[in-house]
Ligand binder design. Structure first.
Ligand SMILES: [Fe+2]
Length: 209
């Protein structure tokens, strides 16, 4: 996710552009990854460059604008990176049900996987304008929570570890589903990568369980 030289970089997908179809078409995935996500990476790097240039010239940048640009675009970069990785083609193990520690944690919190799925679906479908539906791990409470994220405002929830992210911006589904977001959410379940989400939970727990 970085180029090792103080700049962010666009991560490659772990599957082909057409491999998530019919949940997400090749055309939509290309536009979303190569267009929208790349733009967040480029804009985050541009904000860094402007701040570095001002520093080198002993000038003060418009700090409020640059800090907001950085937070918005890095948030977008981070969330999209999580989103791509918590999906996999249905033909190679995507969808189905979680196993391992994740299944236990979801059962304990929600009572059943079906109840979790129902609540997450409602969470995603009720995102207004631009935002994300996420399953996070709250280290303070030591329990999973369902959280909506407005725009890309990751900085609003320090301490939360994002386990599963679903992009609920219109650009994430409109090309395939028009205004029927519920169909996109229903289709998302067919390409969820439970293995990755389980690994994120294990890392968040840090071997506590
Ligand atoms: Fe997006």
């Amino acid at each position: 996710m970085t180029n090792g030289k103080g700049r962010y970089s666009l991560p490659a997908l772990h599957y082909g552009y057409g491999d998530l179809a019919p949940s997400i078409s090749e055309q939509l995935l290309r536009l979303h990854h190569d267009g929208h996500h790349k733009k967040y990476v480029d804009q985050a790097n541009a904000a860094l460059e402007r701040m570095e240039k001002a520093r080198a010239g002993d000038a003060m940048p418009n700090m409020r604008c640059e800090a907001q640009a950085l937070a918005f675009n890095v948030g977008g970069h981070m969330l999209h990176s999580l989103y791509w990785d918590n999906m996999r083609p249905a033909s190679s193990g995507g969808g189905g049900r979680p196993g391992g520690m994740l299944a236990d944690v979801l059962n304990k919190e929600f009572g059943s996987f079906e109840r979790f799925q129902k609540e997450f679906t409602e969470l995603a479908n009720s995102v207004e304008s631009s935002g994300w539906a996420t399953l996070v791990w709250c280290g303070q409470l030591e329990r999973p929570l369902l959280v909506q994220i407005k725009d890309h405002d990751l900085y609003a929830i320090p301490g939360f570890k994002v386990l599963m992210a679903m992009d609920a911006w219109e650009h994430a589904y409109y090309l395939d589903y028009k205004n029927e977001k519920a169909k996109y959410t229903a289709s998302f379940w067919n390409v969820v990568n439970w293995e990755v989400i389980d690994h994120r939970l294990e890392r968040a727990l840090g071997g506590k369980r």
